[in-house]
Design a protein around this ligand. Sequence first.
Ligand code: ADP
Ligand code: MG
Length: 690
Amino acid sequence: SLLIAIYIYLMSNFEYLLSPIDNIKGVGKKTLNSFNKKKIFTIFDLLWHLPISKIETAEDTEIKDLQVGKNYNIKVTPIKYNFPRIRNLPNKVICEKNGVKLDCIFFNSYEGYIKKLLPLNEEIIIHGKANNFRNKFQFVNPTTKNSSNLNIINEESKYSLSDGLTLNKYNQVINNVLQNLPELEEWLPQSISSLFNHVKWKECVIKIHKEEITKIRSTKYFKRLVFDEIFANFLLSSNIRSKIKKIKKKNKILNYQHQSKIIDSLKFKLTIDQISSLKSINKDMGSKQKMFRLLQGDVGSGKTIVSVIAALNVIKAGYQVAIMAPTEILAIQHYKFILENFNKYCNPEILTGKTEYKKRKKILSDLLNNKIDILIGTHSLYQEKITYFNLGLIIIDEQHKFGVNQRKKLSDKGGKDCDVLVMSATPIPRTMMMTIYGDMDISLIKSKPKNRQPIKTYSKNETKINEVINFIKGEISKENQVFWVCPLIKESKKMDHQSATEKYKYLSKIFKNKVDIIHGAMGKEEKDNVLKKFNDRNIDILVSTTVIEVGIDFPNANVIVIENSNKYGLSQLHQLRGRVGRGNKESTCILMFKAGLSENARKRITILKNSNDGFKIAEEDLKIRGYGDILGFKQSGLKKYNLADPIQHEDLFKVAEKEIKKIEKNNIKIKNYNKLIKLYDKVAVINDTI
Ligand code: ADP
Ligand code: MG
């Protein structure tokens, strides 16, 4: 029973960290609100808001020697109250020292409190920051100290505050928390905790709040906490993955002769990486475990065909398939690709948000009756209530913006017999791989098809548009085609369309009826038409907004002009550029910019000129922008680590990854890991809105 008592004690200590911040004495509704504004909800949250600097408190001094902005413990005698009883006017206590006066000013404080804090005619030590107002020194909302502890605290941590929080209040709260921090049982294995000299979690937390922050970052105390954060995040993903793996499904019986027939009918030979990815996918689908796999490969590496062969395999095995693309344009393209090349093997249909009611009804009933075996749509299919006859595979194309939680839901959707394949062209820096995709198995297409030539990238000041026009004329005379991508104007889709429309008019004057335009606001039929015209080479130039950024594939187009290129991030430019260089012709990307480039924009353009390798570009992007902003993950709500940073702590990410692999391989179960996960659960988890 003693053991039980100890257990309950430890447990309650652990729960203390997860309890809401207003459990702390002295935190009322107002303070709670201020903390919530800073995204601090639990005591645990509070721990990761580190002090921004130290404040030194100066020795007692004469009033005339006070320096504005410095903190003091100063011995004074309150001599007069001044409580104006008028709204918005603060209460005042006039104090004196050796014949010189200063004011103590109180906002939002009751008279009773003030009288207790500063009784008249008794010498007392006040603590606060010296201010000067109309030539008189004053202390705003000072605290008091008795002389016994005067010299103990002469250095204090300073935190960034939000509305309604004073430094005094903040310090009172954080000090209270640090005093009550529980001793947690060690969750790190010996081999890892030895990397940090076996310092304990609690000690580390106290250190990072009490020591100079610039100095603490390089110490074992800080690094241990960084490691905890990474490790917890990886463990969580790993848990999700093993949970998904435990789901037993009916194994799909695949027909490899059928597959060979399809592969033999292709106009090209699959690359080694395409074949090996396909093998892993087939192996997963043929197993009794649910597939949850990411197919990753740089733009143009040929992911589509891999997924389509997998889909045809599943259909042959007697199941239905759903394919989701991020844009309607891409959905149309996939649909046509399948319809034109593989209609012998399947019966495809397309469903998007714009499909009209009658057609939609027909499609839904055909799906239920197994008359459609492959449904292509936009990501919104994910939210629709569609009942399939027997869905066997969900393919999600170009999805780098789904987070762990969304993927988890996806894997649940479609029932237990449904495998999930996610495709992404977004190159993730090595260190971020586990953070972002730790819940999935991964197949990588590293090499591009052999016929590819590197894309030549140039930058051009927009005043030299005539040179660009001349270059295009030359390319068109060689039967080549051109994408012209128009400026991205933040927050305004309408404006985007406008600028694209203007450019369309401008180019039409030069190239007559060989130009057309496409943008997101057009209807499906319209888009369909334009894409067909471009595909049939009835037009030479396709003016567009960034809707063509992802996925679309016109191997005959070999020039892309990107206006206002300085407005895009590196990864986005790389994606856009990836619209060309998909056939065997030499391709060109022209990055146009306005004069007066920022240093970062200049850097980005240089990096692009020098590399066609998405992974290298992603690493550079990470260095320029920091990981929070890369890859469009900002929109996805990928929560930042509190302390960990993939560049600075690359070594720790590696250690954590190795440890996770070891745990998975040997099926190690450690009770304390659950505590770690529970504590850190919220870190780096992605929100749920698409
Ligand atoms: P992504 O990986 O960016 O989705 P796609 O799947 O759209 O790339 O493929 C890009 C282009 O490469 C397509 O035109 C496709 O037909 C072609 N392709 C795919 N695999 C090969 C290959 N092994 N050899 C030659 N061309 C290929
Ligand atoms: Mg693609």
